[in-house]
Each structure stands twice: as C-alpha cells, then as structure tokens.
Ligand binder design. Structure first.
Ligand code: SF4
Length: 383
C-alpha cells in the first residue's frame, strides 16, 4: 500500500496528509471493497487518513453509511483530477474529536453538547452573529483558521454592511455580536463600529491585543470607560511564551500579556481563549493560574482544540456537520460557522444575501444533516 504525503486537494487547497491509498475500478463495498477498507484501517493509527478511489458512484453513498456505522470520519469526496469519472474519498480513522469532556484532569475544558440527533432544529438555530471584519493581521500564526497575515487581502466588510447586519440581528432576535478577523483593531473605523454595535447588542471583539497603544488605544479606551457592553477575547495559547510564540511569532506572548493587562487596568472585561493540541492539555492548570493572576473571570476562559483548517497543518479535521451552526458573514458572503472560511463552511448564497436568507439556508442544511444521521453538531467554542 503506497504512502503519499501530502495531498493538496481538500478544503481551501491546504495539504491533507494521506497515509494509505486504496483503489478499485470494479468492487463496491458490497462486493469486496469493504473488507479491504477494514484491513487497511487495521494497519493505520487513529487520526490517519485513507484515500479510497473509485469510478463507482454508489461507493460515495456506501462510504457515508459506513462512516455513520463505523465512527470513521469521511472528511471529503473530491473528483480525481487524473482520472475523469473517478472520485477520491478521504476517510479518517476515528471520528473528528470535538468533545474533550472525557479528559478528567480538565473538567471545565470545553462546553460540548451531548450528540443527540433528536434535538430540535429550533434548539440548534444560531442566536449569535459573527462578522469577519477584515483579514489583514499584524501576525501570521501558523494555524490561523482563516490564513490571515500582514500581506493577506484585507477583504474588509464595509461599515454600511455591518450596520445593516447588526440591524437585522436585532430584528431577528439575535443575542450577541462577535467581531473577528484577521485583527479587527487594524480597522481605523473600529471605534465607530463598536459604538454602532454596542448601542444595540452586547459585543465580543476578538483580538491578539498587541496593538493597544497610541492613538488607536486613545480612541478605544473611552468606549471601555463609558461602560459599553463589550468583552475583549484575547488569544493566549500557553502560560509561558514557548508554545504560543512557536506558533504566533517571537515575542507575541509577552505582547499579548501586556495587552491583556492594559485592557484589565482600563476596566475592560477580558476573555482568554487558548487553542491547544491534545498533548498540551496538562498545561491548562497553569493557564488557570495565569488567568487568576490577570483577574480574568473563571467563566471567561475558553480552551479548545486546534482545528485542521486554514493554515493549520495539524489539528482536528472538523467537518461542518461536526459543529452546531453559528451564523457568520464576511465580505464574500455567509458561513456555517466561524471555525474557518474554507469553502465547505460557505452557505450557498449571494454575498449580499439577507440574514433571513442565511438563517433559512442554515435551517435547510440542518434538516439535511440530521436526516443523514452522520451529523454530530457539537458545540465548538470559538467564543
Ligand atoms: S490566528 Fe488570529 S492573530 Fe493569528 S494570524 Fe490569525 S487572525 Fe491573526
């Protein structure tokens, strides 16, 4: 069985390592392919990916049923560029892990609903609005889910569109708005956007907190002092600099800490968000101690897995159907969830579609997912 690495035809074009290949021009799962898949999986470890290539269209449906019955995640089905009519199916040994609640030394690790397809559509419909304000960023973290960076096309969401979406959120009964990026503090009009949102709904601003100084800070600080309903969610992936800086750049940890202290001293509510590989779970107690020392509330600490999305080369390969929807919009249109802007997260709508249209698209996709019996729809905590 040949070993290939990496394949580059998954999601937004990022590499997906394939550990083993199976191909068969004639057999489907009912006529011999199933036993070959079982044998291949026996020789693979949890998390590795098997590519199954076939010209038989029924293999795709059979693999979807196999996924639901076996717990091995069918990550993607792509046309085989070299062989017209063939499809390549990417099957991961083991399911995508969004639920870490069995990790006993971190009981408050992450909030994940129990998978239960009986939950009603209404319970799963989004109540919060996420807006990607821009994709430029002062950092270029190696696992950035949206591949932001100093040279990224900013793709700014126009202020008028943000105003309209916030108005629609109010009319739709949404409870909260999140502004994320990229780095939202790079937008010169951020203070006015904060005023517009917080006049209407509570706001969480996702930031790396590294740019809170000079004229930018002079314009943000009065908004905090005025007691507007805003929380600043700051990424901090480790209690000491090594791991955070290894992914986000030398000195990023110290500057994020300085930014958190600036915010706390100004009276801001700060939420700490750590993206952790499973191997770093034992660092959570240290992160709690650090959060205690910074004055961050116990319920304002978020610990979540690294998603194999965007720029990440390793992490959890989480599919749209693994996560409960969180309505998300950028300058190009609507998304299922703010986990990433990869194509499979996109809702099939025009860029200027209304929130009502986006909610209908979410509802339709939920119905499809639940009836397919392969959906997990767990809560993945971006914020
Ligand atoms: S992870 Fe956040 S801070 Fe890092 S590049 Fe992406 S948007 Fe910027």
């Amino acid at each position: 069985m040949p070993v290939h690495s990496p394949a580059t035809n998954y999601g937004g074009g990022r590499a997906l390592p394939v550990h083993a290949d199976l191909e068969d021009a004639r057999a489907d799962l009912a006529s011999g392919l199933l036993i070959r898949i079982h044998l291949a999986l026996l020789n693979m470890t949890e998390g590795q990916i098997l590519r199954i290539s076939s010209p038989l269209t029924e293999v795709t449906d059979q693999l979807r049923s196999f996924e639901a019955a076996s717990g091995n995640a069918l990550l993607s089905v792509m046309p085989d560029a070299a062989r017209p009519g063939w499809s390549s199916h990417y099957l991961r040994k083991g399911g995508a892990r969004t639920d870490w609640s069995d990790v006993t030394d971190a009981p408050d690790l992450i909030s994940v609903a129990t998978p239960d397809t009986a939950r009603s559509i209404e319970q799963l419909m989004p109540t919060r609005l996420w807006l990607y304000t821009n994709y430029d960023c002062n950092l270029a973290c190696d696992y950035c889910c949206v591949v932001a960076g100093p040279r990224a096309d900013p793709r700014r969401l126009p202020a008028e569109r943000i105003h309209a979406l916030v108005d629609q959120a109010v009319a739709s009964g949404m409870s909260e708005v999140f502004l994320t990026g990229g780095e939202p503090t790079l937008r010169p009009d951020l203070p006015e956007l904060i005023e517009y949102v917080t006049d209407r709904l509570p706001l969480t601003l996702l930031t790396n907190a590294m740019l809170l100084r000079g004229p930018r800070w002079d314009r943000l600080r009065p908004l905090i002092a005025a007691g507007r309903p805003i929380a600043f969610q700051v990424s901090l992936d480790s209690a000491t600099p090594e791991r955070h800086d290894a992914h986000r750049g030398q000195g990023a940890h110290a500057r994020a800490l300085a930014g958190i202290r600036t915010l706390v001293e100004a009276g801001a509510r700060v939420r700490l968000a750590a993206s952790l590989p499973e191997a770093a779970l034992d660092e959570i107690p240290e992160l709690h101690l650090l959060a205690d020392s910074l004055g961050i509330r116990a319920d304002d600490r978020i610990f979540r897995p690294i998603a194999l999305r965007g720029a990440a080369s390793e992490g959890e390969p989480i599919r749209p159907e693994d996560v409960a929807p969180e309505l998300t919009c950028d300058a190009q249109g609507w998304f299922w969830h703010p986990l990433s802007n990869d194509p499979d997260m996109r809702l099939d709508l025009p860029p200027d579609a209304s929130m009502a249209a986006a909610l209908e698209a979410v509802r339709g996709r939920l119905v499809e997912m639940i009836s397919s019996h392969s959906a997990r729809l767990d809560r993945f905590v971006c914020g």
